[in-house]
Design a protein around this ligand. Sequence first.
Ligand code: SF4
Ligand code: SF4
Ligand code: FES
Length: 231
Amino acid sequence: MSAAENLAEERHITVYIMGKAYEVPAEATIMGAIEYAGHQIIRGAGCREGYCGACATIYRLPGDYKIRTGLACMTLVEDGMTLAQIPSVPAEKAIYDIEKLKPDVSAMMQVYPTIFRCVACNTCTKACPQGLQVMDYIQAAKRGDIAAVMDLSFDCVECGLCMLRCPAEITQPLVGILGKRLYGRYLRKESPDLVAKVKAVEDGAFEAEYAEMMALSREALSQRYYALDSE
Ligand code: SF4
Ligand code: SF4
Ligand code: FES
């Protein structure tokens, strides 16, 4: 079969982008479909692999009352999907000096007192494309359980979808960052493996490997990167 016949065989579905219908490949991601439809994404795209959180999307499916959320680079299109991209959710980022905070509830009260407006509706958890228990880490922040905030928010990609949906207008990802900073500054246990690895770096154990990589072409370096097992 020729390439042209292959293209003709490809199954297409209809999605609505900014209110206009487009026929796009049925197997495309939302991001791929938007570009296939002829739009250039200049905001709202970064890693394209589910890590950076830049591509927050809301959508509805035909006959379904729910507003759904997803990352455009990781979510596949569905027939009749109506899409809107959310490249940024405004949030007031608190300015603080981590050296002047304590790793307990006082830090949360001082920096993000809005968390005490939480009505425990769980909408943030339902909105999270990472499947995080967002409400639980906000509840942990209210209790001053910094280790739990760090743990439960660890895989947050800062997409902002939870705070977009929160009726109490809480800035969950920023609360998560504060929890991680407090944990890193005050509560983290020393890792013997990390200490050993830092010493190995300082002793030059990786100099030869580093020099070899620096001599690689961009293409060879790219191949090496994509051959790595991702953790
Ligand atoms: S916690 Fe919020 S900002 Fe973080 S990934 Fe989930 S929805 Fe996105
Ligand atoms: S959406 Fe807002 S109010 Fe509802 S549980 Fe999450 S943080 Fe609390
Ligand atoms: S572009 Fe980075 S998560 Fe989608």
